[in-house]
Design a protein around this ligand. Structure first.
Ligand SMILES: Cc1ncc(COP(=O)(O)O)c(C=O)c1O
Length: 447
């Protein structure tokens, strides 16, 4: 699968001397607003390992933020993208089209939920896909309002900043934001005042009440939600919430959009996370895991909705680039061949089991307030006291730092910055997965 030995190896301080040297050059020339979780510079990556320019091999529990589900050098992705590179790099699909784009749209029609007629349009980034989903929903409904949720994240462009909940670092100082965006409560079971068992229906009733009273259902073009909220803290909306929101959307002619940019393409152990409660979205946005690391994104949905915008109304110079499309076809081929949904479920089983043990037995394990997520999209929410649930962002930061020093890449997230999230490539070996969990366990002793 990959030439990189699937073994952790720490031979220098992390970051090592060569990375530190490059970091100095980077600081001089790369804009300060572009951050990095860990300034080790990559030499190569594949499977569950990232090798840096100092020769360290780090275990990857980040997948480049949920992108390299098939690994960062998957054979089928490299093979297909290389062949495409040699044939042609670009024509612009809007000038002279090519088969790869059509094949990706065919695959999306096959893999996304629902057996209705579907069409897709391809773009470069997740944010661009979400922006276009809004354009399409507005063209179809001839309405303007867009409803999003607390803790939601949809990107960094002007419209998607407006759709995103969290101020720092995503929005602060970057306004004014696009109008006609309304935010309503989401079913965050762990923090719901009357308990997780009541959360789904109560949160749905609150959200629907706010939409009808404050906006008017007849003014709403789209309701957009992540079926598992990513940056907001891997929040799985409590059961019953999503079906109630979908029913409300259907009853009121509102386009229901599932943003599966982080949760899609086998990440949660299903092709798409919304399948968990049998949700069939009108539109679905995808990116990240779709193309094995190449930049590609899509809006897929009911043919009559997708066809609402006038010809020429959708597109972009690079959208559906032929090399990225070839990468997507390689990525999808790998997901099917290696049964990556099955692998994601196995990762969940191992991770949740080990994390429950850490919570019970490890020193400081009691600060794990919640263990949640599905498949290879697993998180722990850290609190100062399990009774008060006061968020513990300091512990999340300290644990991440300790893991990084030992050669394990982990990321933090959450509205309160107190969630440690684990997004290993789905092709990671079980030995590496367990070694990463050992490092997490040891990190708890040190905070
Ligand atoms: C759910 C969700 N939507 C949208 C985006 C934006 O995608 P991109 O960074 O490719 O623009 C992200 C990125 O993290 C995401 O997780």
């Amino acid at each position: 699968m990959t030439a990189i030995p699937q073994e952790r190896r720490v031979v220098t301080a992390i970051p090592g001397p060569k990375s530190q040297e490059l970091q100095a050059r980077r600081t001089a020339t790369v804009a300060g607003g572009v951050g990095s979780v860990l300034p080790v510079f990559t030499a190569r990556a594949g499977g569950g390992i990232i090798e840096d320019i100092d020769g360290n091999r780090l275990i990857d529990f980040g997948s480049g933020i949920a992108v390299t589900s098939v690994g960062a050098s998957a054979e089928a992705v490299v093979r297909r993208a290389s062949a495409q590179l040699a044939d042609f790099t670009h024509t612009c699909f809007m000038v002279t089209p090519y088969e790869g784009y059509v094949e990706v749209c065919e695959a999306l029609a096959e893999l996304t939920p629902g057996d209705h007629a579907k069409k897709s349009a391809l773009f470069n980034s997740g944010a661009e896909a979400v922006e276009n989903a809004v354009k399409i929903a507005r063209a179809y409904t001839k309405r303007q309002a867009v409803v999003v949720f607390d803790h939601g994240y949809h990107g960094r462009t002007n419209l998607t900043m407006a759709l995103t909940a969290k101020n720092m670092p995503y929005k602060h100082g970057f306004g004014p934001f696009a109008p006609e965006v309304y935010r309503v409560p989401v079913a965050y079971g762990y923090r719901w005042p009357t308990g997780p068992e009541n959360c789904g229906p109560e949160a749905a009733a609150q959200a629907i009440d706010q939409i009808t009273k404050q906006i008017g259902a007849e003014n709403v073009a789209a309701i957009i939600i992540e079926p598992v909220l990513g940056e907001g803290g891997f929040i799985e909306p409590a059961k019953g919430f999503l079906p109630a929101i979908v029913k409300f959307a259907n009853d009121n002619g509102i386009v229901f959009v599932a943003d599966e940019i982080q949760s899609g393409f086998c990440r949660t152990g299903q092709w798409f996370a919304c399948e968990d409660e049998g949700i069939v979205p009108d539109l679905i946005t995808t990116a990240k895991g779709i193309a094995g690391g190449l930049p590609l994104a899509a809006v897929t949905g009911r043919a009559e909705i997708m066809d609402a915008p006038h010809a020429g109304g959708l597109g972009g110079t690079y959208g559906g680039n032929p090399v990225a499309c070839a990468g997507a076809l390689g990525s999808i081929e790998t997901m099917k061949e290696l049964d990556l949904n099955g692998k994601a479920k196995r990762i969940e089983e191992i991770m949740k089991g080990r994390l429950a043990e850490i919570r019970k037995n490890a020193p400081n394990g009691a600060i794990i307030g919640d263990i949640r997520g599905r498949g290879a999209m697993i998180a722990i929410e850290l609190v100062k006291d399990p009774e008060t649930k006061e968020p513990n962002a300091e512990a999340a930061g300290a644990l991440a730092k300790a893991c990084h020093a030992e050669g394990l890449i982990v990321l933090t997230c959450g509205t309160y910055g107190n969630v440690l999230r684990f997004l290993p490539p789905l092709v990671i070996g079980e030995d590496l997965l367990n070694e990463g969990l050992d490092i997490i366990e040891q990190a708890f002793a040190g905070i």
